[in-house]
Design a protein around this ligand. Structure first.
Ligand code: MTE
Length: 315
């Protein structure tokens, strides 16, 4: 299949440079704690096993920056397009179809998730990176909570994610020029998806997720580049084969399936050794430049997932 090309987008802009990547998280530290509700909630069980050692002292990026500087090509390719255009997306009713190689395929209503996972119980404060970075207090829960519910079969090796296609409400899917092939798709290896730091986020800054950030539910994988963070998810499928991912299909030489933050592997068109912290003083482009850390600072927690792999090859 011929890869889609974004004919109207300058080369520097087709790249997801604005991605945020979460670097560390604070699980419930400041904002409400991890207190589990006493009722036997379906999504609550895996949370007990969450690590509690992730702390970040970094200053939070302002909510203004987090919600106005976005990549969400369904609403346009400009960084300010999503904030301007995403209001047209109707996020209720909303269901996620979870199936593929699972014992109990099912359709999960977002209301069930929201009801069973009160926002104040699920605060993750995360640092996010690519060519620039942000520090975001997400509200979310481990993907494992959903995986446990559907019971992946032994043969399942990957988890594929899909965004909705609804051109009536997503103007980037309706125009003459379409920047990407829809639906936006992403994937993780099952063991990556099972890591307690890989979350599905339903909010940020103590509030329901704004549409431009991927309402009502999006992926956040803090040790990976931000394009893995697929937004507005409607489908999750367990597979045996590595699933396709949107940016990899578009430019396989530039965007790999793994997309682990790795300062040693430069993108073909720019260095990935440093990042620009949005909203912080100075720097040539209005943000402080800081060194990017392997796995975005999460090496201790996640490096073992890749033991024996050549991460320059599997980038
Ligand atoms: N998900 C969908 N459905 N469509 C997109 O265009 N862009 C990705 C990712 N998820 C994208 C998406 C990219 S390139 C980035 S950098 C992050 O979302 C940006 O997330 P943010 O705007 O919340 O920071």
């Amino acid at each position: 299949m011929t890869p889609y090309r974004p004919p109207h987008i300058p080369s520097g802009e087709i790249t997801p440079q604005g991605l945020y990547l979460s670097r560390r998280s604070v699980l419930g530290a400041a904002a409400g704690g991890l207190a589990l509700a006493s009722s036997p909630k379906v999504f609550a069980a895996p949370l007990a096993a969450q690590p509690s050692a992730y702390k970040v002292a970094d200053k939070l990026t302002s909510k203004e920056d987090v919600t106005t500087y976005n990549n969400f090509y369904e609403f346009g390719t400009g960084k300010d397009d999503p904030a301007r255009n995403a209001g047209s997306l109707n996020t209720r009713p909303w269901t996620i179809e979870v199936g593929g190689m699972v014992a109990k395929p099912q359709v999960i209503d977002i209301e069930t998730i929201m009801k069973e996972i009160p926002m104040e119980e699920r605060v993750y404060r995360m640092r996010c990176v690519e060519a620039w970075s942000m520090v975001i207090p997400w509200i979310g829960f481990p993907i494992s909570a959903i995986l446990d519910r559907v019971e992946p079969l032994g043969s399942a090796k990957y988890v594929a994610f899909e965004t909705l296609v609804r051109p009536e409400e997503m103007q980037g899917q309706a125009g003459l020029f379409q920047a990407l092939e829809w639906p936006y798709v992403e994937g993780l290896r099952l063991d990556e998806a099972r890591h307690p730091l890989a979350i599905l986020a339903t909010g940020l800054y103590g509030e329901t997720l704004p549409n431009q950030n991927g309402a009502p539910i999006r992926l956040v994988v803090p040790w990976k580049y931000g394009f893995k963070g697929i937004k507005s998810i409607v489908k999750i499928t367990l597979t045996e084969q590595e699933p396709p991912s949107t940016w990899n299909k578009l430019q396989p030489s530039e965007y790999g399936f793994y997309a682990n933050v790795n300062p040693e592997v430069d993108h073909p068109r720019w260095s990935q050794a440093t990042e620009r912290r949005i909203g912080e003083a100075d720097g040539l482009f209005g943000g402080a430049r800081i060194d990017t850390l392997p796995f975005n600072g999460y090496a201790e927690e996640v490096a073992s997932l890749y033991d024996g792999m050549d991460l320059k090859k599997f980038f």
